[in-house]
Design a protein around this ligand. Structure first.
Ligand SMILES: [Mg+2]
Length: 166
């Protein structure tokens, strides 16, 4: 019953992902959540984030930020890391933002993957879209109350997912 929330993979941090190997496998586009996936919630792009996106460009990836946050936040982050595509108020887990992201990048379901920190919005949306999904651990330990409640439910689903993987 929880399968629809299971990520294709779970990795500790976005910064631990071996992006080069995904390029070798044929992936060309990456959709990123921003808050708690790349930096703390509402935090500006830091040097580590900027370096990551320079590296991704060098590899040959296109990328799109797809966030449920407001336009000024997402636009600024995208500009600061030298990105071109962003979608704000994406309303994840709606599939609209993911599809639009692929249109903007000129990629498809087979050569695009997603990276995000939340099961019920990020991963569920990617699964509904039919693209490979990577769940990362949320960066910020201090979160708003509605997120704390969701995390509790996520723990139950993750426990099932991980016990199935074992
Ligand atoms: Mg997030």
């Amino acid at each position: 019953m929880f399968q629809k929330f299971y990520p294709s993979e779970d990795i500790n941090s976005t910064y631990d992902i071996d992006f080069e190997s995904y390029f070798e496998k044929g992936y060309r586009g990456i959709i990123f959540d921003v808050d708690n996936t790349l930096v703390f919630h509402n935090a500006p792009a830091d040097e580590r984030a900027k370096a990551l996106f320079q590296r991704l460009k060098k590899i040959g990836f296109d990328f799109c930020f797809t966030s449920n946050n407001k336009e000024p936040r997402v636009k600024k982050f995208c500009q600061d890391v030298g990105g071109t595509h962003y979608i704000y108020k994406a309303n994840k887990p709606s599939t609209k933002g993911y599809k639009k992201a692929m249109r903007l990048m000129g990629t498809n379901k087979e050569n695009t993957f997603f990276v995000g920190d939340q099961l019920f919005t990020d991963v569920y949306g990617a699964n509904r879209t039919g693209i490979h999904s990577i769940l990362v651990k949320p960066m910020n330990p201090k979160e708003e109350i509605q997120i704390v409640l969701k995390r509790y439910l996520e723990k139950i689903v993750l426990w099932r997912y991980r016990s199935k993987k074992r």
